[in-house]
Design a protein around this ligand. Structure first.
Ligand SMILES: [Zn+2]
Length: 413
């Protein structure tokens, strides 16, 4: 009678028994595990199939097959009831329970294995799916290279972030990993905010300084460089519907959704919500560096450390990943896309103006009207009125942009 605590134990026991059986013997193995009997019929009692190499502990399986063949054994697996009050059954039950306290013997000595070849790593036989094994090494190297990028190491020590969590949302999110859903722009956006490679004005000024003049500031507020963080903190046009306010609302929604989902999954103390909200990464008013990094998908280690007191890490990541996806989707739709619409109009205006003024003066005129901040009060009020009447996201009214363009062109003439 064999009673194993898992498949690996079962095969260890089977292997040990068969190894000492005399040739030409008939062996009956009683077991209460129907799944293992099914495995036996699929892989051991049939001719070899390559699929066997993908099974965990395949070295033991191959060894058992070889032993049966070499010793010409007849093995029969017999299903027995789990609890039939048989003395032998009770005895193996006891042994199986005791095995929990034994040191894990996951790999038999290589000398006992009877397989045509053994693939090893650092002298240890690889007893798992080799393709998965190689992929895990490849992934680990990639993650190490990724986390060692200068753009991340400049932010602080590596343990500032939970790289496992970051890797999880990058690699496990199918919507992120594939372009099949038709949201190529959104996928690019997610990757670029993570890498801080979004083509903001300050990024473009570094890449093509001859095209994007160094004196140009944020097209909206004309008071700061337009870099990634400024996208979320620009307080122009109207305080309540500025990108800053939009960003703060979305981070608050993200935070509240985290609290709600986690509270649904486990029992948390009454103070959980306030303790969670007090984490530095939720300080979206300042905003804190951790909050800006979290926005990019860089999970702070402090956030995961806090949550791990209530849930296993795998569960935490399963909860956070779709919520982060939703946050990015909102930032993309409500801030980045409207910003792009305006930016391209603004940019074409800059280039047109530059072309008009080039013969008479080399001094760029952007200093006088390069920003919405210089829009006439009439245009400004009519746009505000339009946005209030028609609703919708900020700067989504193209007629405002048209009026703005006309106004500016009129001024330029
Ligand atoms: Zn701005």
């Amino acid at each position: 009678m064999l009673r194993a605590t898992n498949k690996k134990n079962f095969w260890d026991l089977t292997y040990i028994n068969i190894f000492w059986v005399l040739p030409y013997s008939s062996v009956v193995i009683n077991t209460d595990c129907a799944v293992l009997i099914s495995f036996w019929h699929n892989f051991i009692s049939k001719p070899f199939i390559p699929k066997l190499l993908r099974q965990p502990n395949y070295l033991l399986w191959l060894s058992i097959k070889n032993l049966i063949f070499e010793k010409n054994l007849s093995i029969t697996l017999q299903k027995v009831p789990t609890y039939d009050d048989c003395p032998y059954n009770n005895q193996v039950d006891l042994l199986a329970k005791c095995s929990h306290s034994f040191p894990q013997s996951s790999i038999l000595p290589t000398a006992y294995l009877c397989t045509p070849c053994i693939v090893s790593y650092d002298t240890l036989p690889i007893d798992v799916n080799i393709r998965h094994f190689l992929k895990s090494i490849y992934d680990a190297k990639n993650l190490l290279n990724f986390s060692s990028l200068l753009r991340f190491s400049q932010l602080g020590p590596p343990d500032l972030f939970d790289w496992e969590g970051i890797y999880f949302w990058i690699s496990c999110n199918k919507e992120f990993a594939t372009h099949k859903n038709g949201q190529k722009g959104f996928l690019t956006f997610r990757l670029k905010i993570l890498l801080d490679a979004l083509p903001t004005l300050s990024t473009l000024q570094k890449r093509k300084p001859s095209l994007y003049l160094s004196g140009w500031l944020c097209p909206l507020c004309n008071s700061a460089s337009e870099d990634l963080n400024h996208l979320w903190t620009c307080s122009y046009i109207i305080p309540n519907i500025s990108s800053r306010a939009t960003y703060q609302n979305h981070i608050a929604t993200f935070r509240d959704a985290c609290i709600e989902k986690i509270s649904e999954c486990t029992s948390v103390p009454d103070s959980f919500g306030s303790d969670f909200s007090n984490l530095d990464c939720w300080d979206f008013t300042t905003p804190s560096s951790l909050c800006l990094w979290l926005t990019r998908g860089l999970f702070p280690a402090a956030l995961i450390s806090f949550l791990i007191k209530f849930l296993p890490k795998a569960k935490i990541l399963t909860i956070l990943t779709p919520l982060l996806f939703q946050l990015h989707e909102r930032l993309y739709m409500d801030i980045w896309l409207p910003r792009n619409v305006f930016f391209h109009h603004w940019l074409s205006l800059q280039f047109q103006t530059e072309a008009f003024t080039q013969p008479s003066s080399v001094t760029p005129l952007f200093t006088s009207y390069s920003s919405l901040a210089t829009v006439s009060q009439d245009s400004w009020f009519s746009w505000v009125s339009s946005s209030i009447i028609r609703g919708g996201s900020w700067i989504s009214h193209l007629d405002f942009l048209r009026r703005l363009t006309v106004q500016l062109l009129r001024i330029s003439f």
